[in-house]
Design a protein around this ligand. Structure first.
Ligand code: PHE
Length: 336
């Protein structure tokens, strides 16, 4: 019996020594110390022995069991520690993981280009608030409360006084209140209109306002600046034309068309077979607007324009649905 215990001990020690991981250790524990384990079996056989033998062998069997269990526990800890250590080990020679890298939104890319062109023509880039007062968005721009021109732009009102600006034009008065001419600015920014959404309309889009004021500014100056802009933006042979139009805050007012970039003026689906595309509203600053800004009447002349940025992006990249620009869809955005 003593001999058997001794052999068992050696076998168990050898196996513990050889165990390479927690699983094989657990397997070993069950084979020796489990309910049907070999050591358990020996302890069970004790009841068949004489009382004297039972006391002697029983004591050393129990001692052996405790001793082996301790060793087993220790081995378990050692294995766990080296497992952790292996996990923390860093192979500094392994090739690195490439981090996914984003890029600027196509609208931002186009805006940067536009800003660059106007800055080189002496314009500063300024930004205004999206939450605007009724005064700056309408009243100061010669659009009183019951003026029919308010219907041209359905407005999101926040309360009686505050609204989401429907155009970037409110920045004309805001800027002139704080600055004396001569001045040249463009104002990019988000505008909002209560429009039904479709491929060419979104209730949120971007405009770029332009304003130039000095002692002698005429339509000729406007045409020169805008012609230069379109040439640098779309290419040297880009043609534009002015058409008479109406805005309460400019007089005279016009609409600027550009030869369709898709068909080159022959007529296609994008330009509705006309060969021309409407690019912006513009005009000479109305005396009412100078008055709103606190300028002395008759002292200054200027032109103003407002163009849709999303429109320019769509033309530049031949995008046929404005909603894609705000979709956040990476399959779309990754193409730019
Ligand atoms: N604010 C006008 C619009 O949203 C555009 C415009 C700007 C017209 C400046 C004239 C002068 O349609």
């Amino acid at each position: 019996m003593f001999e058997m215990l001794k052999q068992l001990k050696e076998a168990v020690l050898k196996e513990i020594e050889a165990a390479k991981n927690i699983n094989s250790l657990e397997d070993l524990r069950i084979r020796y110390f489990g309910r049907k384990g070999k050591i358990t079996e020996v302890l069970r056989k004790l009841k068949d022995l004489s009382q004297e033998e039972r006391i002697n062998i029983g004591a050393s069997a129990n001692q052996l069991k405790q001793e082996l269990e301790l060793i087993l526990e220790q081995k378990k800890k050692d294995l766990g520690a080296s497992f952790e250590a292996a996990r923390e080990w860093i192979d500094i020679s392994a090739p690195g993981h490439k981090l996914p890298r984003g890029h600027l939104h196509p609208r931002t890319q186009v805006l940067r280009k536009i800003e660059e062109i106007f800055q080189s023509l002496g314009f500063s880039v300024v930004w205004g608030p999206e939450l605007e007062t009724d005064f700056y968005n309408f009243e100061a721009l010669n659009v009183p409360k019951d003026h029919p021109a308010r219907d041209m732009q359905d407005t999101f009102y926040v309360d009686e006084q505050m609204l989401l600006r429907t155009q970037t034009s409110p920045m004309q008065v805001r800027y002139m209140e704080k600055h004396e001419p001569p001045l040249r600015i463009i104002v990019p920014g988000k505008v909002f209109r209560r429009d039904a959404t479709d491929a060419s309309h979104d209730c949120q889009f971007y405009q770029i306002e332009g304003l130039m004021v000095d002692k002698e500014i005429s339509v000729a100056n406007f045409k020169a600046v805008i012609q230069e802009f379109f040439k640098r933006f779309y290419g040297q042979d880009t043609k534009i034309r002015l058409r008479p139009s109406f805005f309460p805050f400019t007089e005279p007012s016009f609409e600027v068309d550009m030869v369709c970039a898709v068909c080159g003026g022959h007529g296609c689906r994008v330009c509705g077979q006309t060969g021309w595309l409407e690019m912006m509203g513009a005009g000479m600053v109305h005396p009412f607007v100078f008055k709103s800004a606190g300028y002395i009447s008759g002292q200054w002349q200027g032109f103003a324009f407002g163009m849709g940025l999303d429109r320019l992006v769509m033309m530049k990249y031949r995008i046929n649905d404005i909603r894609l620009l705000n979709s956040g869809d990476l399959r779309f955005l990754k193409q730019f």
